[in-house]
Design a protein around this ligand. Structure first.
Ligand SMILES: Cc1ncc(COP(=O)(O)O)c(C=O)c1O
Length: 457
């Protein structure tokens, strides 16, 4: 059947087409990522404008953004410095090849990012997304051990309930069932630590849960099984976002660091969502006082305005590559758009905006207020746990019997109709508002959410 005349699409196009001009054929053509496409196309949720804390949809409704777009618009929408930087760069130079060539802004941005990172992490490698940053870091880890003469270290360790993007390396070390079961074997030689979620002991913890530092000892089990001489790296999110907002137990990351150091295993923090102020410091590494060997980041690096990812690397790792004949490429990896001029301009505008507004520490200033607000949802219908750190909140709901993820999705739809954008993963509602949020807007988010929880079945 020709999708252009699908009655459901015709109806939806009539609804949205009057303001957006979208035709049924256009609605049919776009295959949306990580979306329930058939459900979406029956009642499309189309955003057309954004400013500050708000989106505007095609109906002209204001929608309070409780998730910074998708954990990326940390400085709020439409910041003039970022917009102007992108516009000026597009007019001046659209593209410069990144292989054997470069442009000044890539160096400027690398230095600015390195200045924000923990001491000793002075090298920055650019990619175009969180997923690509993860692939770059994993490959860097393998290559690092090889250039040092420890080429047997090829095994990569992830963690259950981890999310590291969607490329083959990322889904292999990741621990999201949906992302793993669909795509076969992916990368071989991967193993996983157990996750840190412990509802028996840590429900409704405010900030870091008290129990579970010992869960890092799971690495000893994997070392005993595979031998450290075969393990290249461990990758974890300091705060796991996409599998339901899991906050690291007190002492867990410290213990993991100790064990990685003991066994010569590189520790990679995937800070795609925690980077750039989300937990109250530029990086979660600083919030938790643990220095990894590499940090992957993306999202907040350009405030979401232009795609960009990066790997921030300890100097000594970079320096290990700088051997051999000088005319040879030391690390055969990179993307056509690594360090793209528009992304670098956006990144520089973003970091200036963060600095001017003091945004990289603002989550720390608001975290107590935010914690109190989200924990006030304890006792509301369906709520079985509330978790928080910085400006991240997770509200876990009891699943509808036989229909996992549906209840949270219904809350999402209800909120959207009220004019609030939240995000759900499984049956957990995730909140990660722009760091410019005011206390009154935190109250508004929680009140709207409370209303939705009381309405949905
Ligand atoms: C921890 C983490 N790593 C990697 C990614 C993938 O980033 P991207 O969607 O930019 O590829 C995400 C995305 O949410 C993430 O949360």
């Amino acid at each position: 059947m020709n999708k252009a005349v699908d009655p459901a699409l015709m109806q939806a196009a009539e609804a949205v087409g009057s303001t957006t001009g979208l035709t049924p054929a256009q609605l049919a053509a776009y295959w949306l990522p990580f979306t329930a496409n058939r459900q979406f196309k029956k009642a499309p949720r189309l955003l057309t404008k954004a400013a500050g804390m708000y989106y505007e949809d095609y109906r002209g409704r204001q929608i309070l953004d409780a998730v910074a777009g998708l954990w990326c618009v940390n400085a709020g929408h439409g910041r003039p410095r970022i917009t102007q930087a992108i516009q000026a760069q597009a007019a001046e130079m659209d593209f410069a090849p990144p292989f054997q060539m470069a442009h000044p802004k890539a160096f400027e941005l690398a230095e600015r990012v390195a200045q924000l990172a923990p001491a000793g992490m002075g090298k920055v490698f650019f990619a175009n997304s969180g997923s690509e940053a993860v692939e770059s870091a994993l490959k860097m880890a393998l290559a690092y051990h090889r250039v040092r003469g420890e080429g047997t270290r090829t095994r990569l360790i992830g963690r259950e309930r981890g999310y590291h993007g969607v490329n083959f390396g990322g889904i292999s070390v990741g621990g999201m069932i949906g992302n793993r079961k669909t795509f076969g074997l992916a990368v071989a030689g991967v193993d996983h630590l157990g996750h840190t979620h412990d509802p028996k002991r840590n429900l409704f913890s405010i900030g870091q849960p008290a129990h579970g530092a010992d869960r890092a000892d799971d690495l000893e089990r994997l070392v005993a099984l595979h031998d450290a001489s075969n393990i290249a790296a461990v990758i974890v999110e300091p705060v796991a976002g996409s599998t339901g907002v899991l906050i690291p137990p007190q002492g867990y990351l410290q213990r993991l660091r100790e064990l990685c150091t003991k066994h010569g295993i590189l520790l990679i923090f995937d800070e795609v969502i925690t980077g750039f102020g989300r937990t109250g410091q530029p990086f979660a590494a600083q919030t938790f006082g643990v220095v990894p060997d590499m940090i992957t980041c993306a999202k907040g690096l350009t405030n979401g305005a232009v795609p960009m990812g990066a790997v921030i690397v300890k100097d000594e790792i970079h320096d290990a590559f700088m051997t051999g004949p000088e005319h040879l490429i030391e690390f055969p990896h990179g993307y056509t758009y690594s360090g793209h001029p528009l992304a670098c301009a956006a990144g520089l505008g973003t970091l200036e905006t963060y600095a001017e507004d003091g945004l990289l520490t603002r989550a720390g200033e608001l975290q107590d207020y935010f914690a109190q607000a989200v924990h006030s949802l304890r006792g509301e219908p369906h709520v079985i746990d509330v978790r928080n750190i910085g400006l991240v909140g997770g509200i876990e709901l009891a699943p509808l019997p036989g229909a996992p993820a549906m209840r949270a999705f219904n809350v999402f739809l209800d909120c959207y109709e009220q004019g609030l954008l939240i995000r759900t993963t499984g049956d957990t509602i995730a909140l990660s508002p722009p760091l410019i949020i005011e206390r009154g807007q935190i109250d508004q988010i929680v009140d709207m959410l409370r209303g939705a929880l009381r309405r949905v079945a």
